[in-house]
Design a protein around this ligand. Sequence first.
Ligand code: ADP
Length: 601
Amino acid sequence: MIRFKTTRTALGLYGTLLVLPTLIFGWLYWRELLKAHEVEMASVPEDAEDGARKIWTSLKARMDDLIEAETNRPFTEYGEYVLPSLEPIGDEIRPQRSAMTERTLPAGILAYFRFDRSNPASPVDVFVGDDTFGRKGVAENFVPIIEEFRNKRDSVTVLTNIEPQRPPQAFPLAAVALSLGNGDLECIKKCSAYLIDESITVRVYDFRLQFYVDQDGFGRAVVSRRVRAEIGPLIDAPAEAGCLAPLMKGFDLQQGFLLDVNWLFKELPFTIAEHVLDAKESLVRRDGAGTIDKLESRFATFYPVEKLGFETFKSSDLRFGQLDVEIDTSEITARFDHQQRNLFAVGLMLVLTLATGMSLLYRSVSRELEQAHRTQNFVAAVTHELRTPVSTIRLHGEMLLDGWAVDEEKRQEYYRRIVRETGRLSTLVENVLEKSRLKESVTEPELSDLNEVVRRLEKDLASGDGSEDLSFDLAPRLPQVWLTPEGVRGVLLNLVENARKYAPVDRNASEPEPILVRTRWDGERALLEVLDRGPGVPAPEKGRIFDAFYRVGSEATRTTTGTGLGLHLVKLHADVAGARVSVHDREGGGSIFRLAYRASV
Ligand code: ADP
């Protein structure tokens, strides 16, 4: 009970001082790790939104720049010829080809166009820059697109009602006439007298961005503005001067440009993305419903048509060209997994270390307790072993002194008892002394005939009361072995005494089987054995009975007297000779105590 309690206290202390703090620290660290991971994961959608915002704001800035440049372009440039400057021109008209027919168009613009708003049947003018070879063909390709746009505009009245207003501006009449006169230079020159130094007030509206999906499913982005001059017959010009006709009755134009949808919604965002997104972010285009999202990613969606402020004729067109900023979270997850694995590995190592520490502590405490227990047993045994003979000697001595023993026979009996008890006492003292002597033994083993040594001991081994309880069986032709004669003597005296004590011969049996002392050769060593028919030694005790002061059972339950030194002395004697000692179960009951002596070779 004490032993259990002490061990429990030691383990409890170990647990409280080492295991518990380790567990708590491990748990706290694990929680920190988890929290940091959650925070990182939670910031991912925000990062994606941020990336998306960066892209569409850059896209919008690019569009704003483009529109600003086009806003600054005089409306008179929409035509084949222009005047080089919009200043009043003096007395000469020197037309130049317009930038719309002369130069390469700005990036993103497919074609410029112009049509008369007041007459839906009027032709559409398209300008495609200096792509001179086959220019006409190219321009014609755009005509149906612009016509479709015109029809759409006409069919949706709400759009036309909210045109932004701008203050009207004066333009040189010659420039306007040149632009609207459909390139009829001859006519212009003829009418120059009416044009020089005259100006016309024109209202140029802001550009509006419109987007629609055409009948073939193509996205069309058109930026256009209204240009209006509300004038009556301003100048006194000849009616046959057709090039001046628009100036006389006023005009209401729609002019602008067709944007390259591919460039605007598919190329430009990706070029921007390369600069504004970081490594783990990427821009993805969602074409149709077939796209499979990656499992390990989060994304932010945006619709460029909507973000750039395009008006649409149908609300569903706002969703054209969906773009997603996708963040690959697999790296974050992989890092977290790695940290987790490291933590578990360290945890496992700690658990193993602590468990080893615990078991070592347990063993060490148990050993200490066992030793203490044995010493306690020994003290109890020695006290008992001393007290019994001392009181017997004293009692019989006093009885002799007081003349209790009346006859000679009684006296002899008392003397014998006193001598026997004195013998017990001196054996006890001898044993304790022998133990310490053998511990620091200097006796060297010598090569001798084991049988011979045993034979010399036969008399000493005989029982004191003359009963023949011992038999010998010595193997012939035993090789010489390393031994010390007094060691063999000590061994046999102890083993035979133990056999008599724990396995006395049953004299009442029909054929009493004596204790057997035998020698044998097992092919390698010479064996000296003492065999009895006693209760045997229980298996768990076999390894411990040779320890000092070890006795089977407890002092309270034991019936035999002893100090637990006998077998320990046997082992010490064996050690001196380099022999091995062991105990075995005997067939048919009883035990075999065996010493295996080294042979000469
Ligand atoms: P002691 O005899 O003083 O108790 P020993 O060292 O001689 O001490 O013996 C140790 C224990 O081994 C004994 O307590 C006993 O239980 C057991 N033992 C010794 N010899 C025998 C035997 N021949 N048969 C059964 N048990 C034995």
